[in-house]
Design a protein around this ligand. Sequence first.
Ligand SMILES: NC(=O)c1ccc[n+]([C@@H]2O[C@H](COP(=O)([O-])OP(=O)(O)OC[C@H]3O[C@@H](n4cnc5c(N)ncnc54)[C@H](O)[C@@H]3O)[C@@H](O)[C@H]2O)c1
Length: 355
Amino acid sequence: MTATEVLSAVRAAVSVPADLRVAVLGVGLMGADHVARLHGRVSGARVAVVSDAATDRAGRVAAGVPGCRVVTDPLAAVADPEVDAVVIASPGRFHEEQVLACIDRGIPVLCEKPLTMDADSSLAVVRAEDAHAARTGRRLVQVGFMRRFDPEYAALRELIAAGGIGEPLVVHCAHRNPAVPAGVTTESIVNDSVVHEVDVARFLLDEEIAAVTVLRPRATRHAAQGLSDPLLVLLETVGGRMVDVECFVSTGLAYEVRTEVVGEDGSAMIGLHKGMVRQHTGPGGAVRSTAVAPGFRERFGLAYDLEVQRWVDAARRGTVDGPGVWDGYAAQAVCAAGVEALRTGRRTEVRMEQR
Ligand SMILES: NC(=O)c1ccc[n+]([C@@H]2O[C@H](COP(=O)([O-])OP(=O)(O)OC[C@H]3O[C@@H](n4cnc5c(N)ncnc54)[C@H](O)[C@@H]3O)[C@@H](O)[C@H]2O)c1
């Protein structure tokens, strides 16, 4: 090989597409947000294809992005030769086959949580990605645990890792939503809301969850019929640390997510909404107030942007650099134990395979 051939072979091997051509599968609430951020706020990528079971919705979203096509079949979108990487924001029950199709094709994917609908199928995805990584040295799947990219959570993890509060012992988490759509069940509160606290606990403490207990305090009168809201969830780690989670999804107020870590030599709290502090007239005289985010998109808007930018940067190198399949699997295994604990009222051990 001549020097020029060697140089061009090296360039080809590390070639970075000018702009990563992304297919977004599912353009409902999250998918349409991801399209807007890929199009308007993230660099190095463009939305080349959108796919949605509702083709009229896909058409409307595509119309807002120059050069974007609709491909009706999501698996055809994954196979499209003009697609370099995929964002999955379809309902969770479709994630497994869509993620596996991306692994089969060897292209990076950002999959919204959940990775799949249960721990066994998530483990199968872990094994499929492991096999790909063993052949190529590249991981392909990032799971959408966006809180890891929130600057406050990242700073809290760094503080703990640097020994800034000594050995962490206890974590207090509050997860409050103003309201949830009709159809939400107590089990889905565990699977869709508590799951974020599960990932936060694993991220901050850097260890697995060993057991889950779920308690049902007196329910708010604002909760839908039959819904246990709020829930108190206790997560025990393999190292004996404990994480309590108050998950309250019908507060009628705003979106509040707070986390406090208590260590041997201090404690640290995030989620206090340090925005503008106003003094104004209230019903009983002058009051001091700060705004509270109305929903998760406002509270974690920056985290989603940073999550997707980091994914794009890694995907242009043919890989991923964020929470992966193991984090998706662990979250599913803990939530499965949480659902069992909810049904039985008992402390339930988490069943997880070794990596
Ligand atoms: N990370 C987070 O904070 C966060 C927040 C909300 C939702 N989510 C996750 O994002 C995913 C989407 O949630 P959403 O709130 O946008 O739901 P949504 O119902 O608003 O949107 C889902 C879209 O997928 C489409 N769809 C249905 N079947 C499909 C298929 N087979 N292939 C492609 N598209 C299909 C639907 O027509 C709809 O437009 C879920 O997995 C959810 O758990 C994550």
